[in-house]
Ligand binder design. Structure first.
Ligand SMILES: *Cc1c(COP(=O)(O)O)cnc(C)c1O
Length: 401
C-alpha cells in the first residue's frame, strides 16, 4: 500500500531539512486513521465520498483555542458546510463567518444566534445586507467606501469592520490581489465613516489561505494596530479585531504548527487593549485533517507516450484545489515503483486535469481506490454535477477517541 511517497522517501533520504523547515515541523499533526478509510471504501462504494471524523474537528477547535486563548474561532462555513460538521462546531462553542445568506439560513435553522455570525464577504448585495440585518446579524465587513455607504444606508447602526490588505507571502492561495484596502484607501474609508457617522468598529485581514509564513500575521497585526489609532483619532470606536483565516494544515509541504503561529499572534495582541474583542475565521484548519476524500480510477490511457489515468472525481467533483497548486498526499493500495502520471477527472472538459506528471505507482489500474489525505475542506463544498456526474457522498462519524 502506497503512501505516494516519492516525497516522503526523498525527504528522509536527505541529510536533514532546511533549518527553517525544521522549526516548522516540530508539532505532529493529526489525521483520520487510514485503515478506517480503507475499510469504509471496501464496505460500500457507489460514488466518490468524503469520510470525516468529527472527533478530530473537536480536537482542532480545542487546540486552536489553547494556542490563542484570547481569540475566539468563528468557523468559515464555506470550507465545509455540512450540517453535522456545523453542529459539532456549535457544541464546541465556535462562532461563524459567512459569505452568503444561504449560509446564514443553515446556521439559523440550527439555532445559532445571528449575533454570533460575522458577514465577511466584502461585496454583498443590498438585499443580502437587509436580509441578514433583519435576522439579527450585527457585524458586516467592508473594504471600500462604496460598501461602507451601502451597509450604512441599509442598516445605519450596523457594526462595520474594515478589511485591510495583509501580506500573503508564503500562502498557497494569495488573496490580497483581490480583497483588502491598502493604506491610502483605508484612510479614506475611515474619514468617510467619521463623516457619515457610520459605526466603523473594527479591523480584519486575511493572510491568504494555507498560509505557511507566521510573519504575515505579525505584520498584519501591526497594520491593524496603526489603523486602530487612526480610527480613534477620527472619532471612531474600534473594538473588534478579526484576524481572519489562513491557518494551514499538513499536506506535503512543511507547515508551522498552530502553536507556532499562536505565539506570534499572542505577542502581536499585546498591543491591543484588553477590552478589544478578538476573533479569527479559521476554515481549512478546523476540518481538513478530519477527512479523506476517496475516489476510484475510472480508466487509464497512454497518450503521446505519457501515462494518464482518469478518476471518477476531478475538478468539478471535489478535487479542485490540486489544480491551483495544492499538493495533496495521495495514497493507494498499490506498491509498484512510482512513475509520472497525469490525472484527469471524469468529465470531457479540457480543464478537468487534477495533476500532471505526479509520481504514483506504475501498477495502478481501473477500479483502484484513490485516498486523498486531509481533504475535509474545500472538496465537497466545491463539487458540481457538471456533465451528469453525481455529487460526492459525505459520510460523517464520530470516533470514540
Ligand atoms: C475563506 C475565508 C476564510 C477561511 O479561510 P481558511 O484559509 O480556510 O482558513 C476566512 N475568512 C474569509 C473572509 C474567507 O473568505
Amino acid at each position: 500500500m502506497g503512501d505516494r511517497s516519492t516525497f516522503a522517501r526523498k525527504q528522509s533520504a536527505q541529510p536533514r531539512q532546511q533549518p527553517q523547515e525544521q522549526l516548522f515541523d516540530t508539532h505532529p499533526e493529526v489525521s483520520l486513521d487510514f485503515e478506517t478509510v480503507r475499510q469504509a471504501a471496501r464496505q460500500k462504494y457507489n460514488r466518490p465520498f468524503l469520510i470525516l471524523d468529527t472527533a478530530i474537528v473537536r480536537g482542532k477547535v480545542r487546540r486552536f483555542r489553547a494556542a490563542m486563548p484570547r481569540v475566539r474561532p468563528h468557523y468559515a462555513v464555506k470550507a465545509n458546510p455540512d450540517r453535522r460538521v456545523l453542529k459539532v462546531l456549535v457544541q464546541e462553542g465556535a462562532g461563524f463567518e459567512i459569505a452568503s445568506v444561504a449560509e446564514l439560513d443553515i446556521l439559523l435553522s440550527m439555532g445559532v444566534s445571528a449575533a454570533e455570525v460575522f458577514y465577511s464577504n466584502p461585496v454583498k448585495s443590498r438585499d443580502a445586507i437587509a436580509y441578514a440585518a433583519a435576522k439579527g446579524v450585527e457585524w458586516f465587513v467592508v473594504d471600500s467606501g462604496d460598501e461602507l455607504r451601502r451597509v450604512y444606508e441599509v442598516k445605519p447602526d450596523a457594526k462595520q469592520y474594515l478589511r485591510i490588505a495583509a501580506p500573503n507571502i508564503g500562502s498557497d492561495w494569495p488573496l490580497s490581489g483581490k480583497f483588502g484596502a491598502g493604506v491610502g484607501d483605508a484612510r479614506e474609508i475611515v474619514a468617510l465613516a467619521a463623516k457619515l457617522g457610520a459605526d466603523l468598529a473594527g479591523v480584519t485581514f486575511h493572510v491568504g489561505s494555507q498560509c505557511r509564513n507566521p510573519e504575515n500575521w505579525r505584520v498584519a497585526l501591526e497594520k491593524a494596530r496603526s489603523l486602530f489609532d487612526l480610527m480613534t483619532k477620527a472619532g471612531l470606536k474600534p473594538r473588534l479585531l478579526n484576524i481572519g483565516g489562513g491557518f494551514p494544515v499538513r499536506h506535503v509541504k512543511p507547515i508551522p504548527s498552530i502553536e507556532t503561529i499562536g505565539a506570534v499572534v499572542n505577542e502581536g495582541l499585546k498591543a491591543f487593549p484588553e477590552d478589544v474583542q478578538v476573533i479569527a475565521e479559521p476554515g481549512r484548519f478546523l476540518v481538513s485533517d478530519a477527512g479523506y476524500f476517496v475516489c476510484r480510477v475510472l480508466g487509464t490511457a497512454t497518450r503521446a507516450g505519457k501515462r494518464w489515468m482518469h478518476w471518477d472525481a476531478g475538478l468539478f467533483g471535489g478535487v479542485i484545489e490540486s489544480s491551483e497548486g495544492l499538493k495533496y498526499r495521495v495514497r493507494t493500495d498499490r506498491s509498484g515503483p512510482d512513475i509520472p502520471w497525469t490525472v484527469g477527472g471524469p468529465t470531457c472538459d479540457s480543464v478537468d486535469i487534477v495533476m500532471r506528471d505526479e509520481p504514483l505507482p506504475s501498477d495502478l489500474q481501473e477500479g483502484d481506490f484513490i485516498y486523498i489525505k486531509n481533504a475535509g475542506a474545500y472538496t465537497t463544498a466545491y463539487a458540481s454535477q457538471f456533465n451528469g456526474f453525481p455529487l460526492p457522498e459525505v459520510r460523517v462519524f464520530e470516533s470514540a477517541g
